[in-house]
Ligand binder design. Structure first.
Ligand code: ZN
Length: 497
C-alpha cells in the first residue's frame, strides 16, 4: 500500500465540512509536497508532523510523499489536520494497518514530541462525524466537548503512539465516557431581586412571552441592566438541538469553557465594540456578539452611543435570524436569532425628567441624541418602556412582583399557545399569519387605525402593535384580542413616540 486516505473536518462558520487527507508515496528523491491550496499554517504542520513521527519511534519515509487535502476550495488553516496527515503517512508507508481508517475521523494538532494539542471548533465536527456514522479521534482536552454529541463514539488520546497502538491492536482504546463536566448550569438571576419597577417587569414578561424586542429608557441607576439580565431566565429552556447549536457557536469562537451550557446566552457588548466584534468578521470570519447571543439575549446598553453604521447592520439579522459575512471570494453564514434588549438614557446627561431637575441638556442636544437611532431600527423594537427612578427607600422589602419561576411558567404557557396555533412566537408572525391570527373586529380595527394616525405610527409599527396585543391575549389565555390588549400594546409604542 502506498496510498492511504484519512478523514478529517475543516471549519467554515459553524459548519464542519468533510476533508480527506490522501497520502501517496512514490519512488524518487525524498520530498514532501502538500497540495490542495493549504494556507501557511498547514505548511508549518509538515515540520510538526515530521518531528512527531520521528520522536514517536517511527521512520519518516525517505521517498516522494504527496499529501492532498481535498476538497481544495476550503480554508484549511490551523493544526487540526496534523493527526490525520501523520496517520496518512504512517499508513501509506505500511507502518500502521489501514483497515480501520475508513471508520475514523481525526482531529488534533501535534507537538514535536508526538503529543496532542486541542483544537477549536470540535463540537461541529463531532456532530458531523456522528451524522457520517464514524468514530471521532480527538485530543483528550477536546473529548468532553466532542461527547456532547450523544451517541457518537469518541476516542480520546494524549499521544500519537496511543492511536498507533489502538490501530495495531496492541492496546485498543475504550470509547471516551462523558463526564458531564460541561453540563454545569448556574441559576439564572431572579426577577424578585429587582426592586419595584412593576411596569418594566410587566414589559419584560411580555417580551419573553412573544419573543419581542425591548427598549428600556430611563436615567442611570434605575436598574435597566438588572432587568435585562433577568430575561434569559424567563425564556423556555433550550431543547437539545438548540443547546448543541449554541455550544457549537461557542466552540468555534474558542470560548472555553462553553459557558454555562445548556443555558440561554446573555451577551452585553460595550458600545465601543467594533463592527466585526459585534456582528462577526475577520479574514477568517469569526462569530460576533450577535451570533454568541444566538438563542439568547443581546443587551445593548446606551444604545445611542453605538456606532450608527454598526446598528444599521443589525436590521438584517433582526429580520432573518442570521448574518452573512461576505469576503473576497465567498460568504460565511452565522446564525444570529437573538432577542434584543436595548437601553438608553432619556437625554445625553441622563437626567431628563428627574424630579431633582439636574438635567441641563438643551432641546437641540436631546433631539440630536435621539436622532442617532434610526426609525427603521426603532421600528423593529416592539416594546418601548420608560424606567423611572423608584421612590422606595433602599433596602425596603419588595415582595410586590413575580419571581423568575412564576413568570417563566406564565411565559411557557403563553409560548405553548403560540406554538400550537401557528408554530412560532408572535414576534415572528409573517403577514398572512398576522391576518389569520391577529384579526380584529371592525370597531377595534378603526380604533387602532385612528390611534396610529394620531401618533404618526407606520404600518410596520401597527403590525408590531398587533403582535404584542396577540401576546397579551395569550398571557391571559383568551382566544381573541380585546380592546384592553390593544391599548396596552399601543402604550408600549406611545411612550417613546
Ligand atoms: Zn439631560
Amino acid at each position: 500500500m502506498s496510498l492511504a486516505i484519512v478523514h478529517s473536518r475543516a471549519q467554515v462558520g459553524v459548519e464542519a465540512p468533510a476533508v480527506t487527507v490522501e497520502a501517496h508515496l512514490a519512488n524518487g528523491l525524498p520530498a514532501l509536497t502538500l497540495v490542495g491550496l493549504p494556507e501557511t499554517a498547514v505548511r508549518e504542520s509538515k515540520d510538526r508532523v515530521r518531528s512527531a513521527i520521528l520522536t514517536s519511534g517511527f521512520d519518516f519515509p525517505a521517498r516522494r510523499i504527496t499529501l492532498n487535502l481535498a476538497p481544495a476550495d476550503l480554508p484549511k488553516d490551523g493544526g487540526r489536520f496534523d493527526l490525520a496527515i501523520a496517520l496518512g503517512i504512517l499508513a501509506a508507508s505500511e507502518q500502521l494497518p489501514t483497515a480501520a481508517l475508513d471508520t475514523l475521523e481525526c482531529l488534533g494538532e501535534l507537538a514535536l514530541s508526538g503529543s496532542l494539542r486541542p483544537v477549536r471548533g470540535v463540537l461541529p465536527a463531532a456532530l458531523a462525524a456522528r451524522a457520517a456514522g464514524r468514530t471521532l479521534v480527538v485530543p483528550r482536552a477536546n473529548a468532553e466537548e466532542a461527547s456532547l454529541a450523544s451517541g457518537l463514539t469518541v476516542l480520546a488520546i494524549d499521544h500519537l503512539l496511543e492511536l498507533a497502538a489502538h490501530l495495531n491492536g496492541q492496546t485498543p482504546l475504550a470509547p471516551y465516557q462523558a463526564q458531564g463536566l460541561l453540563r454545569q448550569t448556574q441559576p439564572y438571576p431572579d426577577l424578585a431581586d429587582v426592586q419595584g419597577q412593576a411596569a418594566a417587569k410587566r414589559a419584560l414578561l411580555v417580551a419573553a412571552a412573544g419573543s419581542h424586542n425591548l427598549l428600556l429608557s430611563g436615567p442611570p441607576g434605575t436598574g435597566k441592566t438588572l432587568l435585562a439580565s433577568r430575561l434569559p431566565g424567563l425564556l423556555p429552556p433550550l431543547d437539545e438541538g438548540e443547546a448543541l447549536e449554541v455550544a457549537a457557536i461557542h466552540s468555534v469562537a474558542g470560548c472555553a469553557p462553553l459557558a454555562a451550557w445548556p443555558q440561554r446566552p446573555f451577551r452585553q457588548p460595550h458600545h465601543s465594540a467594533s463592527g466585526p466584534a459585534l456582528v462577526g468578521g475577520g479574514s477568517r470570519p469569526r462569530p460576533g456578539e450577535i451570533t454568541l447571543a444566538h438563542q439568547g439575549v443581546l443587551f445593548l446598553d446606551e444604545l445611542p452611543e453605538f456606532d450608527r453604521k454598526v446598528l444599521e447592520v443589525l436590521r438584517e439579522p433582526l429580520e432573518s435570524g442570521e448574518i452573512v459575512i461576505a469576503r473576497a471570494n465567498d460568504k460565511v453564514r452565522f446564525p444570529a436569532r437573538f432577542q434584543l434588549v436595548a437601553a438608553m438614557n432619556p437625554c445625553p446627561c441622563g437626567y431628563l425628567g428627574d424630579p431633582a431637575g439636574r438635567c441641563r441638556c438643551t432641546p437641540e442636544q436631546i433631539q440630536r441624541y435621539r436622532a442617532r437611532l434610526s426609525g427603521p431600527l426603532l421600528d423593529r423594537i416592539d416594546l418601548h418602556i420608560g424606567v423611572a427612578r423608584e421612590a422606595t427607600a433602599l433596602g425596603a422589602p419588595h415582595l410586590d412582583g413575580p419571581d423568575t419561576a412564576g413568570a417563566a411558567a406564565q411565559v411557557a404557557a403563553a409560548r405553548n399557545r403560540q406554538l400550537v396555533r401557528q408554530g412560532c412566537p408572535n414576534a415572528f408572525l409573517d403577514l398572512p399569519g398576522l391576518h389569520q391570527h391577529c384579526a380584529l373586529d371592525g370597531e377595534d380595527r378603526q380604533w387602532l387605525e385612528r390611534a396610529c394616525e394620531r401618533l404618526g405610527l407606520s404600518l410596520r409599527a401597527a403590525h408590531r402593535i398587533l403582535k404584542v396585543a396577540r401576546t397579551l391575549a395569550d398571557l391571559e389565555a383568551t382566544p381573541d384580542i380585546a380592546r384592553t390588549h390593544l391599548a396596552e400594546a399601543l402604550q408600549y409604542r406611545a411612550s417613546s413616540a
